[in-house]
Ligand binder design. Structure first.
Ligand code: ATP
Ligand code: MG
Length: 229
């Protein structure tokens, strides 16, 4: 890897309270790399992603995410880390009492943007990039599930992240819409040289859009070359 990896984990432990979900986790992900995260239900995918964005404490090992050290997180560098990340969940988590544009503006304001005209331009740009040109005035409930997920993707792109963490982003979508969303995320990842971790249960997606795969299994995070079959 020519550049510093976007994710560099050494001997990390992922814990939910006292329960160690994953142990001895080692992983490097480079700039612009797209990586699937698979594993049975309860195997630790969400816990892993939560640790990467600082929602679960890292109590063992070394972890650098976009240059931020997870062992040294405080409120200040947590918000710095979050600005370098885009997070996409299965449930869209859109504010239903606001329009699409207001949802995006809310995030911009809470991450330090001030100038109205700059915000409007950024909102327009991210909506264009996910194929929702001119839909900013709509309410989330006036959009289909696939369109709502596009808004969530647009929201994750607002601060030009180096890394996207997507936890089953297609879980609530029909297969065709799910394909569109994967394609969109992969295209954006390639174009913007953003790294992506994409947690999924859906093996059809892996077949249609092959890529590097890491798997949570038996309390470990395995890179594809080390899978236990
Ligand atoms: N908030 C929590 N408190 C305590 N234990 C938890 C919590 N969330 C998850 N766990 C436990 O941690 C383990 C890993 O769960 P996690 O949600 O990370 O799995 P997952 O791979 O994302 O599963 P799924 O595919 O169902 O989303 C499970 O044993 C689960 O019961
Ligand atoms: Mg999960």
């Amino acid at each position: 890897m020519l550049h510093q990896p976007v994710i560099h984990l050494e001997n990390c432990s992922i814990k939910q309270g006292d329960y160690e979900v994953l142990k001895e986790v080692n992983l490097k992900i480079g700039k612009g790399e797209f990586v699937y995260l698979v594993g049975k239900t309860g195997s630790g995918k969400s816990s892993f992603l939560k640790t990467l964005y600082g929602a679960l404490n890292l109590n063992k090992g070394k972890a650098l995410i976009c240059g931020e050290n997870l062992s040294e997180l405080n409120w200040k560098n947590l918000s710095k880390l979050r600005r370098k990340l885009g997070i996409i969940f299965q449930d869209f988590n859109l504010l239903t009492d606001r329009t699409v544009a207001e949802n995006l503006q809310f995030v911009l304001k809470s991450t330090g943007w001030e100038k109205g005209s700059k915000m409007d331009k950024r909102i327009e740009d991210v909506l264009n990039s996910v194929g929702l040109k001119g839909k900013g005035w709509k309410s989330p409930h006036q959009l289909s599930g696939g369109e709502q997920q596009r808004v969530v993707i647009a929201r994750s792109l607002l601060n030009d992240p180096q890394l996207i963490l997507a936890d089953e982003p297609t879980g609530n979508l029909d297969p065709e819409t799910a394909d569109d969303i994967v394609r969109l995320i992969r295209e954006i990842c390639e174009k913007k040289r953003m790294a992506v971790i994409f947690a999924t249960h859906n093996y059809n997606i892996l077949e249609t859009y092959p890529g590097r795969v890491v798997r949570c299994q038996s309390g470990r995070l395995l890179d594809e070359k080390n899978f236990i079959v």
